[in-house]
Design a protein around this ligand. Structure first.
Ligand code: TUI
Length: 313
C-alpha cells in the first residue's frame, strides 16, 4: 500500500485542487494522516515557494505539491518545487514527461494523474514512481473513462503502484478501488466538505444538497472538460461554447469563476468544481472523522463482502 511508500498513516492522498488546497489545508490533511497536497493551479512560482514554506511550518509530516500543467507558470513552479524539496509532486491536466528527471533528481517522488492506459504506460516508461488514475466521475478537469473501468486496466498495464481517483467518498469506494488493484486512493469532493477546508459555506452546502445527477461537464468543445455542479453559470457556459471558439477566454472564465465559488460563495455564477459522488456527501466532518470513518467502514464492508461472496460459493 502507498502509505508505506510515503510514510503516512492512511493510503489516502488529497487531490491538488486549485484555489482550495492551500498550504494550511494540505498541512491539515497531512496532520490527519493522509498526504496533503498544495494545489498550485492558480499560483505563480513565488506563491508556490511561500506555500511550501508555510506548509513546512504547519506540519512535520510529508506533503505534496500539485502542478497543473495548463498553468502558464508551470516551468518556474517546477523549478521552485525542486529547490524547496517536497516529498511528492503530483501533476494534472497534461503530460509531465519533460519534468520527470528534474523532479526525481530533487529527491521528490512523482505521481502524475492519468486518465487513460496509454498515458499510464508512457509515464511508467519515463520512470515515474506511481500514477494516479482518475475516472471521469471526478470533479474539475476530467477524462472520459470511469474509475471502475480505468483502474483495473491501468493496474494490468503497468508495474508501478496505481492510486485510484474519482467517485470515492467512503469505505465502500475505498474497498472497491483496492479490489480493482489500486494501492491507495485520492480524494477531492468529500474533503471539500471538511471543517478544515476554508471554501465558502455556500459551496459546501451546494455539494451537500447535490444529487447524483447534479454535475455536468463544461468545456468539452475546447478539449478542456471540467466537471462542475449544475447552475446558471454551467448553463450559460455550455450555451457560450456553441458559439465561441476561443479556448483561452473560456478557460479564464472557468478559473475566474472557480475563485467566485471558493471565495465569494457565488453558487449561481461560480464554477463549483465537484465530482459525481457529491450526492453521497451529506454532512460536514473533520478530516480526522472522514479518514477514520472511511477506514472503519472499509473493515465493516469487508466483512459484509465476505458474507455475501461466501453465500454464493
Ligand atoms: O487536473 C485535474 N483536475 C483539475 S485541474 C483544474 S484547473 C482548470 N481550470 C479550468 C480549466 C482547466 C483546468 C481543475 N481540475 N485532474 C487531473 C487530471 N489530469 N484529469 C485529467 C488529466 C489529464 C488529461 C490529459 C492528464 C493528462 C492528460 O494528458 C493529455 C496529453 O497531453 O497527453
Amino acid at each position: 500500500m502507498i502509505n508505506k511508500m510515503l510514510n503516512i498513516k492512511y493510503p489516502i492522498l488529497q487531490g491538488g485542487m486549485a484555489n482550495i488546497a492551500t498550504a494550511k489545508f494540505a498541512a491539515a490533511v497531512s496532520n490527519a494522516g493522509g498526504l496533503g497536497v498544495i494545489g498550485t493551479g492558480a499560483m505563480n512560482s513565488e506563491q508556490t515557494r511561500e506555500a511550501i514554506r508555510e506548509c513546512k511550518r504547519l506540519t512535520d509530516k510529508p506533503f505534496g505539491v500539485n502542478v497543473m500543467l495548463m498553468n502558464p507558470f508551470k516551468d518556474e513552479i517546477i523549478k521552485v518545487v525542486c529547490e524547496e524539496k517536497v516529498a511528492v509532486v503530483t501533476t494534472g491536466a497534461g503530460n509531465p514527461s519533460k519534468y520527470v528527471e528534474a523532479i526525481k533528481a530533487s529527491g521528490a517522488k512523482i505521481f502524475p494523474v492519468v486518465p487513460t492506459v496509454a498515458l499510464a504506460r508512457r509515464m511508467e516508461n519515463y520512470g515515474v514512481d506511481a500514477v494516479i488514475a482518475e475516472g471521469t466521475e471526478a470533479g474539475g478537469h476530467v477524462g472520459d473513462i470511469t474509475t471502475m473501468a480505468l483502474i483495473p486496466q491501468v493496474v494490468d498495464a503497468i508495474n508501478i503502484p496505481v492510486i485510484a481517483a474519482g467517485g470515492i467518498a467512503d469505505g465502500r469506494g475505498f474497498n472497491a478501488a483496492i479490489s480493482l488493484g489500486a494501492s491507495g486512493v485520492s480524494l477531492g469532493t468529500v474533503l471539500l466538505v471538511s471543517k478544515e477546508c476554508e471554501i465558502h459555506e455556500n459551496y459546501k452546502n451546494a455539494i451537500i444538497r447535490a444529487k447524483d445527477t447534479d454535475t455536468v461537464i463544461t468545456g468539452r468543445s475546447m478539449n478542456s472538460p471540467v466537471r462542475i455542479l449544475r447552475n446558471k453559470m454551467s448553463r450559460q457556459y455550455i450555451e457560450l461554447e456553441k458559439s465561441v471558439e476561443n479556448r483561452d477566454e473560456l478557460e479564464k472564465l472557468t478559473l475566474g469563476a472557480l475563485r467566485r465559488a471558493v471565495f465569494e460563495g457565488d453558487v449561481d455564477y461560480g464554477s463549483l468544481m465537484a465530482g459525481q459522488i457529491s450526492g453521497l456527501v451529506s454532512e460536514e466532518k473533520t478530516l480526522e472523522e472522514i479518514f477514520e470513518e472511511m477506514m472503519a467502514d472499509s473493515k465493516k464492508q469487508l466483512k459484509i463482502l465476505e458474507s455475501k461472496i461466501g453465500g454464493i460459493v
